[in-house]
Design a protein around this ligand. Structure first.
Ligand code: GSH
Length: 202
């Protein structure tokens, strides 16, 4: 298995899951500006959508989309406990979180990466994101993880995107529960290993 990734990007979510589930895997970084892999391949031949992550399976198939890749990885190793069994109500709760993290958090951070964002647009975006963070903070009240007492793939994804806050100057001071959550997830050995491997931690 090989994960195509860019340091600190949303591809860090499947990277964390690979390590949490103790997979043996390869990594190859992608230059997103040049759409080129570290070994010089044209990345759009691997993922025509041009973005990370992409997971090359052992049979050569390529799987894309963060929320799908991380569920696939959890389902191949059910003993990891990283996702409830498919078809159960708990699994739909997990998918509800994954969809929320993808469309309401990940993609609401997106415009803040754009160097051409206007002051008004940034303010609007921060207000919208703030409402989503209010909701998250309420739901995490008294719970260590999104699904309750157990770390799941949804936490790998949420942590990955919340971790962009300092770089994008999104002040999380108003949400101490989210700050505690980030501290909790970042102290997990698999998360630390992931961040080291991506050059984000010493
Ligand atoms: N819907 C995709 C979004 C992936 C995505 O936004 N990837 C970003 C990094 S976090 C990227 O590679 N952007 C570069 C580009 O779109 O060219 C998913 O869930 O995997």
């Amino acid at each position: 298995m090989k994960l195509y990734f860019a340091a600190g990007a949303c591809s860090m979510a499947p990277h964390i899951v690979l390590r949490e589930a103790a997979y043996t895997f390869d990594l190859e970084s992608v230059d997103l500006a040049k759409k080129q892999t570290a070994s010089g391949e044209n990345y759009t031949n691997i993922n025509p959508k041009g973005y990370v992550p992409a997971l090359r399976l052992d049979n050569g198939e390529i799987l894309t989309e963060v929320a799908v890749i991380i569920q696939y990885l959890a389902d191949q190793k059910p003993e990891s406990g990283l996702a409830p069994k498919a078809g159960t109500m708990e699994r739909y709760r997990l998918m509800e979180w994954l969809n929320f993290v993808s469309s309401e958090i990940h993609k609401q951070f997106g415009p803040l990466f754009n160097p051409k964002i206007t002051v008004e647009w940034r303010e609007n975006q921060l207000a919208l994101l703030g409402r989503r963070l209010d909701y998250l903070s309420e739901r995490l009240n008294g719970k260590p993880y999104l699904m309750g007492d157990r770390f799941t793939v949804a936490d790998a994804y949420l942590f990955t995107v919340l971790n962009w806050s300092p770089m994008l100057k999104v002040d999380l001071g108003k949400w101490p529960k989210l700050q505690d959550y980030i501290t909790r997830i970042s102290s997990r050995p698999a998360v630390k290993e992931t961040m080291k491997a991506e050059g984000l931690l010493q």
